[in-house]
Design a protein around this ligand. Structure first.
Ligand SMILES: Cc1cc2nc3c(=O)[nH]c(=O)nc-3n(C[C@H](O)[C@H](O)[C@H](O)COP(=O)(O)OP(=O)(O)OC[C@H]3O[C@@H](n4cnc5c(N)ncnc54)[C@H](O)[C@@H]3O)c2cc1C
Length: 510
């Protein structure tokens, strides 16, 4: 069956190439990364196929706890998103099943059983972490035709043929193809005006669930988890997950909160983005990274809102590629700066991870960076053990504040995140251990961790997507240096340290 929408076709990979099973009972969308109804290429694709086959569509949103970073923090955020999705799917004529894996029932067993009864399985194409693992495993074990659809970013991942080394080179790809990419955006509501055949009647549905031995996640339990605090904690207690990483009260997961944040950003912060981005007490940024990571909002929708706010149309943009960070869109400086982050820098990480399965390791660094860091691996340095870093117990109160922000809120302010990484490079016993520690801390505590952008940021600290800098220094070699003292001179940290610091401001060193 030909995929007619070119926006979807260029984002779809056939991972199990058997014919569509026309005797199947339904089309299945296994929603592992783009956890939303709106602006979702995979959902639109699954609905298109189901409609053509005149079969029902079933959407299962699984969340696996079968990985080392599953914690109260992540399960709560995802459960909150599931409740929003449940509301969003209500009345659309499509069955939506939120499903948090328990120790009794593992995802791959259920997927295998349910896929055997389906015509086609559609899954999210995601280039890192557990969603990538699930996709690769499904490609090996499923017998039913499997399509992986890339709803990750603005530029489809299949449009590059190798890992882009620099933002500068990738920006040229963006400028060459972004208008084509935007014109292939999914429908804001992919389930609007669909055929009634997408709905599986109640009797068939309950028989199917029974035969599949599908023990659905009880709604009442999802409500309790979503509550957070003591109620959420006690609901999560039976799960074998990391209970020491608590839910974040100030960040409710789900598309509703993501859309509110987008409105606030576009109406109140966007115009101040260029200058206000680096203000750690009140950053004029979108704060959307956790919601983008869990797919509660689409980067294409965010871009669309920003372009609409600037009354943009393609005639404002030159036909030629300039490679320049500013001025290409024909918008104000703040919007241009924001689009560069959410398109060039964000997509850079996805494309890199897509082409480089080793993207979260030291070996993925450019040769010059590996060489200079290795040459300085034995330089004397103030060393900490991992626990001291994790518990924010260093002599540097700015760094401790950043680590506390991560532990308490699940994110770190962008500028301080760079400093946070640079100091770990300085304090870990060697550069390979530094990269491992950054990944461990970020993946465990960050709501937006385990994302291609996590590894863009962490490996940028070690020289990826950057150039060599002079003078050559101890520990850093030719890798760009940053210090807390310079950060304190550059930024007004008073409010930030009041919020996350506990020591004296003048204990900062280096
Ligand atoms: C050591 C280190 C670790 C990082 N870990 C993560 C991480 O785990 N997850 C994550 O999403 N980002 C990470 N970043 C990148 C960046 O810090 C965050 O994306 C940004 O601070 C998120 O805040 P925001 O949503 O308000 O961003 P905004 O400024 O509002 O930008 C909008 C979106 O664009 C993308 N973006 C913005 N800045 C960058 C950047 N420098 N690189 C790549 N994408 C960017 C993000 O998706 C962000 O949500 C890391 C950076 C460093 C230096």
């Amino acid at each position: 069956m030909k995929i007619e929408n070119p926006g979807i076709a260029s984002r779809t990979r056939v991972l199990v190439d058997t014919p569509i099973n026309e005797q199947g009972e339904f089309v299945l969308y296994w929603m592992t990364a783009q956890r939303r109804l709106r602006w979702n290429h995979a959902l639109e694709h699954a609905a298109d196929v189901a409609e053509k086959l005149e079969k029902p569509l079933i959407v299962v949103e699984p969340f696996s706890i079968d990985h080392s970073f599953a914690s109260d923090r992540l399960v709560t955020f995802v459960a909150q998103g599931m409740l929003d999705n449940r509301d969003a799917f209500e009345g659309t004529g499509v069955r939506y099943i939120p499903w948090i894996e328990t120790h009794r029932e593992r995802g791959s067993g259920l997927l295998r059983r349910i896929s055997n009864r389906s015509c086609l399985v559609v899954m999210d194409d995601f280039p890192t972490g557990h969603p990538r693992h699930v996709m690769e495993r499904a490609a090996k074990i499923l017998q039913t035709r499997l399509h992986a659809v890339d709803g990750c970013g603005v530029i489809p991942m299949s449009w590059t043929d190798k890992a882009p080394p620099l933002a500068h080179t990738f920006r040229r790809v963006v400028q060459r193809r972004v208008i084509e990419a935007i014109s292939g955006s999914p429908k804001p509501n992919p389930l609007e005006s669909r055929s009634s055949s997408l709905w599986m009647p109640e009797n068939e549905y309950s028989v199917l669930l029974k035969e599949l031995r599908f023990s659905m996640t009880p709604l009442e339990w999802l409500w309790r988890v979503s509550e957070g605090g003591a109620t959420g904690k006690s609901a999560l207690e039976p799960l074998p997950i990391d209970h020491l990483v608590p839910s974040v009260e100030s960040s409710r997961g789900g598309s509703k909160k993501a859309n509110k944040l987008l409105e606030i950003f576009v109406n109140q912060r966007l115009d101040k983005y260029s200058d206000g981005r680096n203000n750690p007490s009140e950053p004029m940024t979108s704060r959307l990274s956790p919601w983008l990571h869990f797919g509660h909002i689409s980067a294409l929708e965010v871009v669309d809102r920003v372009l609409k706010k600037g009354n943009w149309d393609p005639t404002m943009t030159p036909d030629k590629v300039t490679g320049s960070r500013n001025g290409w869109w024909g918008l104000n400086e703040a919007s241009e700066a924001f689009l560069d982050q959410i398109i060039t820098w964000r997509d850079l990480g996805f494309h890199f991870a897509y082409h480089r399965p080793d993207h979260a390791t030291f070996n993925s660094l450019p040769e010059w960076a590996q060489m200079t860091l290795n040459e300085h691996a034995n330089d004397p340095r103030p060393s900490y053990v991992f626990d001291e870093l994790e518990n924010a117990e260093t002599h540097d109160e700015i760094w401790n504040a950043a680590q506390r922000e991560l532990r308490e809120t699940g994110v770190i302010h962008n500028y301080l995140r760079m400093l946070w990484g640079k100091r770990i490079l300085e304090w870990a016993p060697d550069p390979v251990t530094a990269s491992d520690w950054m990944v461990r801390l970020n993946d465990r505590w960050a709501l937006d961790g385990r994302d291609p952008n996590s590894y863009t940021g962490i490996f940028w600290v070690l020289g990826r997507h950057d150039r060599a800098w002079g003078p050559e220094r101890p520990v850093f070699g030719k890798v760009r240096f940053m210090s807390s003292a310079n950060t304190a001179r550059k930024l007004d940290l008073k409010g930030y340290l009041n919020q996350f610091g506990i020591g004296e401001f003048d204990t900062i060193e280096g």
